[in-house]
Design a protein around this ligand. Structure first.
Ligand code: SF4
Length: 184
């Protein structure tokens, strides 16, 4: 895959590399046509941020477009507190910290850093149960940093026409199941 990598691709790619093709294809149409119930709930949960209603503080940046010239990744951040130097990604309900959640935060982190902001703390926030999960900075976690770099490399090298073995467990849970030619 060439060009810049949208931050939203990271989680999708971990779930299934082929899903990013469908994500691109259906990303611009009404998402209610293909989103699962969980995803719709997640979208509604993010609505207040998308409409910049979460806070009116001038020190908090919400849903701004960000871009990393170093890694050629870009997208939106959820919330960044300039005073606390804190970057937050909200999820509807966090049951466990998936690597993809952390990589999403790292992508946002590098975008903000490359745009000249200072970020000293990262946090995932679970809205349904009001729980916060501090996440180590890339420099504090070799495991997550290396995983993030490997993921970017895999996305860059991915070609849609390379031989692929679908995972039935994932296909059964995949929102693109009806659209995918190799779904099982
Ligand atoms: S249906 Fe299966 S192979 Fe196709 S995108 Fe979804 S998980 Fe991947």
């Amino acid at each position: 895959m060439e060009g810049y990598i949208p931050i939203s691709f990271l989680n999708d790619f971990i779930f299934c590399p082929r899903s990013i093709y469908f994500h691109q294809l259906y990303g611009k149409i009404d998402t209610r046509l293909y989103q699962s119930t969980d995803q719709v709930a997640g979208t509604i949960a993010h609505k207040s941020l998308d409409e910049k209603r979460y806070t009116t503080s001038k020190n908090v940046l919400q849903t701004i477009e960000v871009y990393s010239s170093r890694f050629h990744i870009g997208g939106k951040i959820d919330m960044y507190d300039k005073v606390k130097k804190l970057l937050v990604e909200r999820k509807k309900k966090i049951k466990r910290i998936y690597d993809g959640y952390v990589y999403q935060l790292y992508a946002q982190y590098y975008c903000l850093i490359d745009m000249g902001y200072s970020v000293e703390k990262l946090k995932l926030y679970s809205m349904d149960d009001n729980k916060s999960y501090p996440i180590p900075l890339p420099i504090e976690s070799e495991k997550y940093y290396n995983g993030f770099m490997r993921l970017l490399e895999k996305i860059r090298q991915f070609r849609f026409d390379t031989p692929f073995s679908p995972n039935p467990n994932k296909c059964h849970r995949c929102i693109y199941n009806n659209l995918c030619d190799v779904a099982c």
